[in-house]
Design a protein around this ligand. Structure first.
Ligand code: SF4
Length: 291
């Protein structure tokens, strides 16, 4: 059975669960990246009812913002409900730059508080479709086709969805959020092959030489951030300004700090030497959220 057919069957099965237990269509989380582009096309091909959301992170490249708007306009003409969600912090609109000041430290690989506020807040009590793939990272290597979402690691559950694992029903009855990963075993090559075959209109960032689409300056992008800031220099200024105000905030609150200037923070942050030193630098106050 080919990958596309398997993914479509997963979506059709998930749509039945969603309709029966949640009385809702599937909810596709669309980032504007290649994996969510594949999932979108697969939802269309599966002929299932679905809605689409996009989390506006405030740090997306302008090309991504325009691409998402364009895709959503087209989907709405097709009758698909789409929503762009703006990030909230304690009920108020926020942004990457405001979060840095409020949290009083830069987002790092280990402490990705930004994801919690900018990307993950919206999925609750539904069957959500995500373009998660095992080959993306070691952390995702153990991802299942279907999972019960939980903020507590020990409460997360993976289901053998392809073989009719009935344990998923208990989670559906509890209206837990079920994450469906229809392309979990796809490789990069499979993704690109599919997008080429279906002549998908993809995010222009890929044709600019970027292999990932996400927040500009994301600490997970490592050295690619140098290229990102070359391409979108305004974002470097935004981070630098936020770091300057973050230092003022730390000072005003009497927090320990080893940096004197925003430039020092920026260089430390870009050098990506923040993996092990985080706790020392901030006097042990960072990392308790388990991200
Ligand atoms: S910068 Fe990276 S870690 Fe932070 S919200 Fe964006 S994608 Fe997530």
């Amino acid at each position: 059975m080919d990958l596309e057919h398997t993914a479509i069957m997963r979506l059709q099965e998930a749509a039945k669960l969603s309709e029966f237990y949640y009385q809702k269509p599937l909810l596709l989380t669309y980032s504007g990246g290649k994996d969510s582009e594949v999932c979108l096309e697969l939802c269309r091909r599966a002929g299932v009812p679905f809605e689409v959301i996009h989390n506006h992170t405030t740090a997306d490249a302008p090309e991504t913002v325009y691409h998402v708007r364009k895709v959503f306009r087209k989907l709405e003409l097709e009758g698909v409900k789409c929503e762009i969600l703006h990030p909230l912090y304690k009920g108020h609109l926020t942004s990457m730059w405001a979060l840095i000041i409020k949290e009083m430290y830069p987002p790092t690989r280990k402490v990705r508080y930004c994801c919690r506020y900018l990307k993950e807040r919206t999925i609750s009590r539904c069957c959500a479709v995500l373009g998660v793939r095992r080959s993306e990272s070691p952390k995702r290597a153990a991802s299942g086709v279907a999972e019960k979402r939980s903020s507590r690691k020990q409460d997360r559950q993976t289901f053998d969805f392809d073989n009719g694992d009935k344990r998923i029903i208990a989670s559906c009855l509890m209206k837990a959020t079920i994450k469906i990963h229809p392309i979990v075993e796809w490789t990069d090559r499979d993704v690109w092959q599919f997008l080429t075959d279906v002549k998908a209109n993809i995010n222009p960032c890929y044709s600019m030489g970027f292999t990932r689409v996400g927040c500009v300056g994301c600490p997970m992008a490592s050295k690619t951030r140098y290229l990102e800031f070359q391409q979108w220099p305004k974002f470097e200024n935004l981070y630098r300004r936020a770091f300057a105000r973050m230092l003022e905030e730390r000072k005003a609150r009497g927090k320990p700090c080893q940096w004197k200037t925003a430039d020092e923070v920026f260089r430390w942050w870009m050098q990506d030497k923040n993996l092990d030193g985080q706790l020392d630098i901030f006097g042990g106050e960072v990392g308790a959220d388990g991200l």
